[in-house]
Design a protein around this ligand. Structure first.
Ligand SMILES: [Zn+2]
Length: 392
């Protein structure tokens, strides 16, 4: 094996676990101790890895362990949502060093919007004291259909001439990866949130719509064209409810923020009393945030509708568990802030509808990272990309 290949292999190992001794690396790479020692010294001098401390030992000399150098650079992840931007900055080994929440930004479907996005992100990063010259790559988590491999987006920032990834790279002047929001969230949760090393896990993004990110064998699963995870458009019902995709009866019509919004509206129309009744009577539009804050205020109508969404989603998750036999299912997205009301009916429906033999090993958890999952996941994906592409 060539020197460069050894270096790439060491980076890849250190990306998955911090702290390897020379002896361990020698065993894993099937190389002699003097050779590994020489390569590690070169990498330390180059600044990519660093001595992290000494190994624990029962006696004798304790060996030095090496891992990725936190000072080797950083990565910026951006969640681009309808409500604005969230930015997460991680260091070279992937520790979260900064999160900037709620940056105002209007998502529109134009090329101008791309340069506005770059400017807004760079401005926010500067303002929070992150040295932009140290940023190795940007990871952009986008709602809608995104092909991570080609870098094209099919829902927002649509450009016929160039993939969105190219436009963003020109704007940032750095490498960029683009990823679908549900997958970025799934990866963030897997590495830095609810995940505990489970190699098969599903992440349900219960936002305005319903999306899913899948981790299979410890890696994000993309499918042939990068559009996997469209669980929201699973033809689940004969409910004659029109879906955003143009079809009827999709799972999303009954298990999503959109469905919650419809259910609450129906209750208010029927005259149920709620904290939202005055606004409804005045004819003011009720937003999903209004409903989520009504849940927080313990409003019965909003809670009951949230429970209904939870039960419906639970029935769908039961089906997913039967298919995937996952170790972990994480429920995230905007609605997961109401986990207190969402999770009990969801768990109950899973118990009711899934095969007990299959589900007994599946952990069901609410998201730990909440609305930050996408930004954190995107920065970690940017890191993985740079480490895999690093040239010697
Ligand atoms: Zn649909």
């Amino acid at each position: 094996m060539h020197y460069a290949s050894y270096k790439k292999a060491i980076l890849s190992l250190c990306n998955n676990r911090d702290g390897y001794s020379i002896a361990e690396l020698g065993r894993l790479l099937e190389a002699s101790i003097p050779k590994v020692s020489r390569i590690v010294t070169e990498m330390v001098n180059e600044g990519t890895i660093v001595e992290k401390g000494k190994m624990r030992s029962e006696g004798g000399r304790r060996a030095a362990v090496y891992g990725l150098n936190p000072d080797a650079g950083c990565f910026v992840g951006v969640e681009v949502g309808h409500e604005g931007l969230i930015i997460a900055v991680t260091d070279f080994p992937g520790q979260i060093i900064q999160v900037i929440d709620d940056i105002p930004f209007t998502l529109t479907n134009t090329e101008e919007s791309v340069s506005a996005l770059c400017k807004t992100v760079m401005h926010a990063v500067d303002r929070h004291g992150v040295d932009r010259s140290r940023v190795k790559a940007y990871g952009i988590s986008l709602t809608g259909r995104v092909n991570q491999c080609t870098g094209y987006s099919y829902s927002y920032f649509i450009s016929e001439e160039k993939p969105i990834r190219k436009l963003l790279e020109e704007g940032f002047g750095s490498p960029v990866i683009v990823e679908n929001d549900s997958r970025a969230m799934a990866y963030g949760e897997y590495i830095a949130g609810a995940g505990g090393g489970e190699e098969t896990s599903l992440f349900l993004n219960l936002g305005w719509g319903l999306g899913m990110g899948m981790i299979v064998g410890g890696k994000l699963f993309y499918g042939k064209s990068g559009f996997s995870g469209e669980i929201g458009h699973f033809p689940f019902f004969n409910n004659n409810l029109y879906c955003r995709c143009g079809k009827t009866g999709c799972l999303e019509t009954a298990a999503s923020g959109l469905a919650l919004h419809r259910l609450v509206g129906e209750q208010l129309d029927a005259g149920r009393q709620s904290v939202l009744t005055p606004e409804h009577k005045e004819g003011r539009a009720i937003t999903l945030d209004d409903i989520l804050s009504a849940v927080k205020k313990e409003d019965i109508v909003a809670i009951e509708c949230m429970e209904e969404v939870g039960a419906t989603l639970g029935r769908a998750v039961a089906g997913l568990i039967n298919i995937f036999n996952p170790e972990l299912v994480v429920i995230g997205g905007r609605l997961s802030v109401a986990e207190h009301y969402l999770m009990p009916p969801l768990r109950s429906a899973i118990n009711k509808y899934s095969l007990n033999l299959v589900n007994k090993d599946t952990l069901i958890k609410a998201s730990i990272l909440g609305k930050r999952a996408g930004a954190i996941g995107a920065s970690l994906l940017a890191k993985d990309f740079i480490l895999s592409e690093m040239q010697y």
